[in-house]
Design a protein around this ligand. Sequence first.
Ligand code: UDP
Length: 238
Amino acid sequence: AEPRAKFTRVLLKISGEALMGDQGFGLHPPTVERIAGEVKSVHDLGVEICMVIGGGNVFRGLQGSAQGMERTTADYMGMLATVMNALAMQSSLERMGVNTRVISAIRMDEVCEPYIRRRAVRHLEKKRVCIFAAGTGNPYFTTDTAATLRANEMRCQAIFKGTKVDGVYDKDPVKHADAKRYDTVTYDEVLQKHLGVMDASAIALARDNDVPIIVFSLDETGGFRGILNGEGTYTRVH
Ligand code: UDP
């Protein structure tokens, strides 16, 4: 287990689907609220928090291009979807009294701040949760890569990837009862065995800059805070 003092600044990555609850699409406000509560409980420990939220609950570039849309246009739609998710998360966190900023890789000054690295660092120092939206701002990337990029730029000690299961398994634990969870696994093993933690470019970017990825379950209440306190099960990709 990790000693708690080790983490003073972390990045939490969640998929857009984590916000849709049992609906097949969009935002489920009680679920957004619950995850905001998880973030608040870690914020209460004094940990500086960055967040990256995907957009798959609304739109994915590949889905659009499969239907004949130009890939870059479809990817921009996906990026815009992440901005809506970020605003929903901001709204929930602020209702709980946590100060936040939504920071977009694509300028939309009426809606949120543009990404300026030094400014974002200052927000973190002032204990504002920084929600990075619009991915990397570039088509052909994913929000996993955006998460790794921002974690590097903000010098986070780890990327916390919240999923439906409590770590990385050798096969899908939902389908196979004998699936085994790794306590730790290397970046290269994830890539070679196609373990599906994050896409390959995100894993490679984390590897080349030595940012560990902690894969944990977001379904368990108190799980995020627990890991920061040195408890719970998870996989450390390093
Ligand atoms: N996207 C992109 N560039 C980025 C990040 C995201 O083009 O830097 C687009 C891409 O089309 C992607 C969509 O936004 O499918 C939603 O992001 P993602 O699939 O990563 O969301 P998640 O699976 O985490 O919900």
